[in-house]
Each structure stands twice: as C-alpha cells, then as structure tokens.
Write a protein that binds this ligand. Structure first.
Ligand code: GRF
Length: 214
C-alpha cells in the first residue's frame, strides 16, 4: 500500500519540491497525494499542479474571527481528510492549526521550523558544541537569530501538538551563522538542511509504516 502524504504550503514550496523530486526519483517510499494552501499565490500550489497532484486553495478570510477560523479549519480538515493521508506535512504553512484540526489526524501532522527547538519545550537549546542558545519560536526566527547575534541556528522537524513550535522532535540540524550573513543567505542555507531532513524523515516514517511500498 502506498504511504500517502498531504502537504500544506503558504509560500515558495521548495521543501514540497524536495519531496516531489525524491518521489520522482523513486527514493521517497511515499506519494504526495494532495497539496493545500491558504494562499492562492503560493508558488507551492503551482509545483503541485505541475506534477498533476490534487491541489486546493482554502482561504482564511478573517483570521482573527474565531468562528471563521474554526469553520476554515473544518474545511481544511475535510479536504485534506478526503485524500486519506498517512502523514500531513506542514511545509512552510504559516497558519497555526488548533487541537480541533489535529484531532482529525492524530500523531500524523509534522512541521518544519527554521530554528533549533529543545526536546523539553524549554526556553533554551544546547548545541552540539555545548553552547546554550535561546529557543526561537514564531514566524520570524531567521531574522531573530541574526538580530540576537547567535553563532549558530538550525532547523527542526517535529510532530505537531496544540502547543506552537513544540512537540516530539523527529530531526534537527545545526547551521552556523556567518558574519556576512543576510536574512536571505542564512535562510537559504537553513532551507538546504530542511529539505534534506524532510526527505529523510518522510522516508523513515514511510519505511516504518511498512517498508518500501508500491
Ligand atoms: C521553511 O524555512 C520552513 O521552515 C518555514 O518556511 C520555509 C518554507 O520554505 N516554516 P519553502 O516554502 O518550502 O521554500
């Protein structure tokens, strides 16, 4: 049986592309069956369409209205659920999903975060060289890492729980910050690691669910 992945994107979708490329090369052990987005202009949507993958734009029109937000989550859960995914990958999906959404896909949602997160939900991270650095959470962690003058940052892939930027860690990589780094150059180096880790995590989860699949 095929290990089925739904991928949610809000932006360029280069991480989605890494999954699609690994799948096309026969290396993923999984199939991307659905791409969803809260943004019509997300290039990730085009990447899905180009591969002939079912794709949906599900707009959140009033993000601060709890009733609208709950209805949107219900719509998103319904359309994702219609594709019976084994795994839901938040690949640069810039909306927080509540416990109500997650309840539809228990222990099946993973997220990538462009910074190091601690295993214990704490406020600091210990790096491989023994440094203690702040755990960066939220949507601006790449500029935050630069603004704080950190020597190192990284990326984390974790299971999603109702607590933001938390949940069991599946993979992590450190990325040194160079003196000449801009937000763009640093984020691009982080994304290189994110793509590599994401493919490896999906391979592992798909493999664990039953080995090589056809
Ligand atoms: C990644 O850095 C991810 O961690 C963050 O958004 C970025 C998505 O990049 N949440 P892309 O859209 O896959 O190129």
């Amino acid at each position: 049986m095929t290990y089925r992945i739904a991928v949610l994107v809000s932006g360029s979708g280069s991480n989605l592309q890494a999954l699609l490329d690994a799948e096309a090369a026969g290396e993923l052990g999984a199939q991307v069956v659905f791409v969803g987005s809260d943004r019509a202009d997300a290039f990730g949507v085009q990447r899905g369409l180009q591969r002939n993958i079912a794709t949906a734009f599900v707009p959140l029109r009033q993000p601060r209205n709890p009733a609208v937000r709950a209805a949107w989550e219900g719509q998103l859960a319904a359309v994702v659920g219609a594709f019976s995914p084994d795994l839901v990958v938040l690949a640069g999906f810039m909306r927080v999903l509540s416990a109500a959404f997650l309840a539809h896909f228990p222990n099946q949602v993973i997220n990538q975060h462009p910074a190091l997160l601690p295993p214990d939900g704490g406020d600091t991270v210990r790096t491989s060289s023994g440094l203690t650095i702040p755990a960066l959470r939220g949507a601006h962690v790449v500029p935050d890492a630069l603004a704080r003058g950190l020597p190192v940052t990284g990326c984390t892939i974790h299971r999603v729980t109702p607590t933001i930027d938390d949940g069991p860690i599946l993979a992590q990589a450190e990325v040194p910050i160079l003196p000449e780094d801009s937000v763009e150059s640093l984020h691009e180096r982080i994304k290189l690691e994110e793509r590599r880790l994401l493919v490896a995590v999906v391979q592992r989860l798909a493999g664990g669910a039953g080995g090589a699949r056809s």
